[in-house]
Design a protein around this ligand. Sequence first.
Ligand SMILES: [Zn+2]
Length: 337
Amino acid sequence: MAGRSRIWTEVDFAAPGKQVSYLHLPYSVTRSAYGTIAIPVAVIAKGEGPTVLLMAGNHGDEYEGQVTLTKLIRKLEPDDVRGRVIVLPAANLPAALAGARVSPLDGGNLNRSFPGDPDGGPTAQIAHYIDSVLLPMCSVWLDLHSGGSSLDYIPFASIHLSGDPALDERALQALRAFGSPLSMVWAFFDEPRMATGSAHKHKLVYIGSELGGTGSVNPEGVRVCEEGVIRCLAHMGVLQNQAKFAVPAAPRIRLTELAGREYYVYAPDAGLFEPACRLGDTVREGQIAGHVHFVDDPAREAVPVYFRRDGLLVCKRHFGRCERGDCLAHLCTDYGG
Ligand SMILES: [Zn+2]
């Protein structure tokens, strides 16, 4: 997108040391004619080295990454670093403060807004700033997601295949360094408006995650995230003082993939979904995933919903009620298996 961002900041991204400040997105409304949305940002830098962008709050109701990065900003000091760490702990701040996936200001889903628009609403402007100002400074981007309000996930970190074998190999090495016991390769991808699309355009190593969900904070997801971020920074050579963070070595990971749309299960009808399986179950093609019940028409038979492939149940819908077309679950399979 042509045009310069109107987002401004007191932060000097070229300066060494530790700066904890704000990105100011002009937002003129009745209660504040010359106001800005103050999006928190931290820069911790010392000496020559790579730049890593750590980001959470791409979706506002995905909390494990927000907890991890808020804590890290307080703990990480310039002497711990060689290079530069840029931290956005609540990238779509209006969504994060609302505890919502999308922004209450414009309905914007940041992870469907890339590469953004400097003349668009707040969400598009945030995407544009990340794409046009932050990403050109970086070689690695950790974009920490979870399942949000509507989904529940077994915690994992992930990469998206880019089509560039050399970049994918670097990403896979970073994923192994992150070391979430379950790890995922998204081999199925048809949404260039996501962050990963911008990451691959800029030839960045992009690590994503799904660290829990249900609109709450999963303590196991926070642990996986905190340890993974530290191990990843050390792997990149940015973290010089790993002992300070007392993180164990990466465990042996189970590397899985999501190979296509047929690994998803969608609601065939609106109603109340009764799942037949639990997260972590290994399921078979043709197995019943659950039933949609019609509490307003109890004489009507429940509609069965089937898995269309064999796999590991890694994600399920959290809410009981569903609309036709809602994602009820998805599977993964062993990578290259
Ligand atoms: Zn997300």
